[in-house]
Design a binder for this molecule. Structure first.
Ligand code: ADP
Ligand code: MG
Length: 472
């Protein structure tokens, strides 16, 4: 900013005043003076009034010239000041709008004592404070109160590092919000000299959105990886299952022939033959599971009423849930749109979800849970990522407060043959088959769980109008 008087302006006004004075004097002498003098002569005649006439003429002349020049010069000066002021106000408004509507939070801090001079609304919003309440507060203390240690190396030291730099630096911090959540923010710091002090400009960027998008991307990649893994496993197991199927049928049939043979057998022999048939039957069940797992859909896609499908599937377990003291909650949006797909395969998914929850609830004592709860929710929603709609989906949620899943097992639950209940007849195929079925319907399935507390499976199926085009 220029603080010295503007030399050009002084010269301009000197010249203006001189020129104007000359014009006014000329006008006075040529136009006004003769009639005015004549008027004075008439009113103050004779030699005794000579001095009065002289005074009146001189004073009026001075008064007229200086008044006229002053009025004109001051008016021009005022006009200039006014124009300049309007320009300044316009520029101030533009900068204020820029400051207030900036995508990032901006805080202006005094260099000496780190007191906040001014913040924009985004700054206050990111820190969940009132903008007025922030003015005058020490920003180092404010941030130090909020910062939390996080697993990815964000620590309270970052604040000391940020402010230790002499001119500019940048740090990522994990801050605790007023509601108790944590939020990742990027802080950048730069200093600017202003008059005789140093000002610090702090830019705060909310990185939680970026983090969420990264997490979503990671989840999608995981699903892709899972799909690819299951596809190759599917091919392999289908091959093996076919190979096993024939000799297995042979084994069971031969044992059945032995059983049907009309000869006296010892108890031991009968037990052995039944054992062969039963165990063979179990293998046959697994082989059937494997074939389903690998099967690509052959049925015509049909419109499916999920609410009805959920209700009939739950009905299958009704007595068992009641016997085991499980409260069942069903919360299905009344306007749930239909999805398209293979009825029997989707039912298989739902039944497996219910069956898994039933086992997890049965395995947990009432003392540990308080009340045993199984809840199914279904509603539709618009999928929006990066501000773009990705179509509508139906989201099914299966929640139980049963045993939960051990943290290290969570990434393995969709793996074929992964089961924690082999003793009670688990095959470990249910979830891997479900994963394949949901994927074939263009949807996705995910799990969240805490051991000893709860398990939640979410399934999203696209709502498709032209189903044949999207149904895989
Ligand atoms: N609701 C649930 N609560 C706790 N664990 C579960 C739940 N659902 C699935 N699991 C875990 O995932 C494993 C695999 O499930 P699944 O593929 O259906 O096979 P299975 O039911 O034959 O064990 C289960 O053995 C269990 O450890
Ligand atoms: Mg299962």
């Amino acid at each position: 900013m220029k603080t010295r008087p503007n030399l050009r302006l002084i010269i301009f006004f000197t010249l203006l005043t001189s020129a104007l004075t000359m014009v006014v004097i000329a006008t006075w002498e040529k136009v006004l003076r003769p009639p005015f003098y004549a008027w004075v002569d008439r009113n103050y005649p004779g030699p005794e009034n000579a001095e009065s006439r002289w005074k009146i003429e001189q004073r009026t002349e001075h008064f007229f010239i200086s008044m006229t020049v002053d009025v004109v010069v001051v008016s021009i000066l005022l006009m200039l000041v006014d124009r300049q002021q309007r320009r300044l106000v316009g520029s101030e408004q533009r900068y204020r709008a820029l400051f207030e509507h900036a995508h990032d939070g901006i805080g202006v801090v005094q260099g000496g004592d780190f007191k906040l001079v001014e913040v924009n609304s985004k700054f206050a919003k990111t820190l969940e404070c009132d903008a007025r309440e922030l003015a005058g507060r020490n920003v180092r203390e404010l941030l130090a109160q909020r910062v939390v240690e996080s697993s990815n190396g964000h620590s309270p030291n970052s604040i000391a590092r940020l402010f230790a730099s002499s001119d500019a630096s940048e740090e990522e911090l994990m801050l605790r919000t007023r509601s108790g959540d944590t939020r990742l923010v990027g802080l950048s710091y730069s200093t600017i000299p202003a008059n005789d002090e140093r000002l610090i400009i702090l830019l705060v960027r909310d990185l939680s959105m970026r983090k969420r998008l990264e997490d979503e991307k990671e989840e999608m990649q995981r699903q892709l990886y899972e799909s690819a893994k299951l596809a190759s496993l599917g091919e392999l197991s289908a091959g093996v299952a076919h190979e096993i199927n024939n000799p297995l049928n042979g084994v069971i049939n031969f044992a059945q022939l032995l059983k049907d043979e009309p000869v006296e057998r010892t108890n031991f022999e009968r037990q052995m033959i039944d054992g062969i048939i039963d165990e063979g039957g179990r293998i046959a069940e697994i082989v059937r599971g494997l074939l389903t797992f690998a099967r690509h859909d052959e049925n015509e896609p049909r419109q499916i009423n999920l609410a009805e499908m959920i209700n009939t599937s739950i009905a299958l377990f009704g007595r068992q849930f009641a016997k085991d003291g499980v409260r069942v909650e069903i919360d299905i949006a009344p306007d749930l749109p239909p999805v398209r797909g293979d009825v029997s395969r989707l039912r298989q998914v739902i039944v497996n979800m219910i069956s898994n929850a039933h086992y997890a609830l049965k395995a947990k004592s009432v003392a540990a849970t308080g009340e045993k709860l199984f809840r199914i929710k279904a509603h539709s929603l618009e999928k929006i990522a990066s501000g773009q709609s990705h179509g509508s989906v139906v989201r099914l949620e299966f929640y139980d407060n049963g045993t939960g899943i051990n943290r290290k097992d969570i990434p393995r639950v969709f793996d074929p043959f992964f089961t924690t209940r082999r003793d009670s007849g688990g095959t470990g195929l249910g979830l891997s088959i479900s994963f394949g079925i949901v994927r074939d319907h263009g949807g996705m399935i995910s799990v969240s769980s805490e051991e000893g507390r709860y398990t939640r499976f979410q399934i999203e199926l696209p709502i498709v109008v032209q189903a044949e085009q999207q149904y895989v």
